[in-house]
Design a protein around this ligand. Structure first.
Ligand code: ATP
Ligand code: MG
Ligand code: MG
Length: 372
């Protein structure tokens, strides 16, 4: 009856702890605040600063294996804990994924295509970057961004100064704007013994920088789905991953695949697996980090996942919970602040029979129409 240690008490930690419980593990969460959603479902908790070595040591000693659900924990902290217990995925993988410069450099080094990019530190490097990647482009902070925060879309030279002064800290990365046909993601999981599995590619749509809905499987050709899976596997192998990792990709207008970013943890775009797969992304992740066998990531249904974001979506809760086909997953957050992910719903369709846009919206019932 070993104990899974999870760094971070957000919804991803919560759902990982629920999967761990089903597999007979206890979970112990390291959180910064008493009211984090994961603490409602974990067996034990250490509350304290992720930057305090004494806190990290106390947490590590209370568990058997350590994983993380939160990307902005210090990789050095994970390294420190790895002297006491296995940390999966490794601190080094986190170090790469939490810095867009290192991430793009790594992806380039293993031959994975990404959008043109250039590092920006000041006015001069910004002007040079604009020249290299061309307009329009997106200026992003290299660290700490999520849900589209820490980004500035630059359409012309007049906006350069504002973009540079708005975003901090430096360095920044200028990324060519991809005129994509679709955004997709692949969840890849790799076990202690090197077994590797990929879930079917998922189609993702964002509203105001936040994931709004995911459709699985993505409506792309079999060849493209296979290529997306191969890219995800190459990344997992290249990182010597143990655990799960989400790979976000753009499908270009000519059918080319470009990787946007990677996240070494369960991913919002994988939440559909909770109801459409016998072994979902959280169970797969827990199995990988605890050294259990990894079953085939089969899906028995097509699925649509819709995020419940902020007070507007939560105002619909009575109707949502009263609509039979909407499978609810609330995160137990008390306050519905604008832009805050409060939960999600999944809708299932028989395998191979995902309807068109009209049918998807109809199936979403009270949540229809809030999609772009
Ligand atoms: P996440 O919540 O996924 O971690 P993030 O803040 O790290 O988000 P990105 O994933 O880099 O940000 O960007 C958010 C969204 O903005 C993307 O999913 C995509 O819709 C759009 N976007 C980002 N970069 C580009 C690009 N180079 N070209 C076109 N669209 C982009
Ligand atoms: Mg990100
Ligand atoms: Mg992203």
């Amino acid at each position: 009856n070993s104990v899974l240690g999870i760094v971070g008490g957000g919804q991803l930690g919560r759902m990982s702890a629920m999967a761990a419980a089903r597999l007979g593990f206890r979970s112990h969460i390291l959180a910064q605040h008493e009211d984090e959603p994961g603490l409602q479902v974990s067996h034990g908790a250490t509350i304290g600063s992720f930057n305090d070595p004494a806190v990290l040591k106390r947490f590590a000693e209370a568990v058997d294996v350590i994983t993380f659900e939160f990307e902005n924990v210090s990789a050095n902290g994970l390294d420190l804990m790895s002297d006491l217990r296995p940390v999966r995925p490794s601190g080094n993988i986190l170090r790469i994924s939490q810095d867009r410069e290192q991430e793009k450099t790594f992806l380039g080094s293993i031959g994975i295509p990404v959008a043109p990019w250039k590092i920006v530190t000041d006015e001069q490097s910004l002007a040079e970057a604009a020249e290299t990647v061309g307009y329009p482009f997106i200026l992003k902070t290299t660290r700490m961004g999520y849900d589209g925060k820490g980004q500035f879309r630059v359409h012309n030279a007049e906006q350069l100064n504002e973009a540079l002064t708005t975003l901090s800290p430096k360095p920044l990365v200028a990324e060519g704007m991809v005129d994509f046909a679709m955004e997709i993601s692949v969840m890849v999981v790799r076990g202690v013994d090197g077994t590797i599995r990929t879930f079917p590619a998922t189609e993702n749509r964002h509203v105001s920088g936040i994931l709004d809905i995911s459709l699985a499987p993505a409506r792309i050709s079999e060849e493209m789905a296979a290529e997306a899976g191969r890219i995800a596997c190459r990344i997992a192998e290249g990182l010597d991953l143990i655990g799960i990792l989400g790979v976000e990709m753009f499908v270009g207008r000519k059918g080319e695949l470009l990787v946007n970013e990677i996240a070494p943890r369960p991913h919002n775009s994988g939440h559909w697996t909770m109801d459409a797969c016998p072994c979902d992304q959280f169970e797969m992740h827990v199995r990988a980090v605890t050294g259990l066998p990894l079953p085939e990531p089969v899906r028995h249904s097509d699925a649509v996942m819709k995020n419940l974001v902020g007070p507007d979506d939560m105002a619909l809760w009575p109707e949502i919970v009263g609509t039979q086909r909407l499978i609810p997953h609330l995160y137990g957050k008390r306050e519905a602040r604008p832009g805050r992910k409060m939960g999600h719903v999944n809708v299932l369709f028989p395998y191979g029979s995902m309807p068109g846009e009209f049918g998807v919206q109809a199936a979403l019932g009270p949540l229809a129409g809030s999609t772009e």
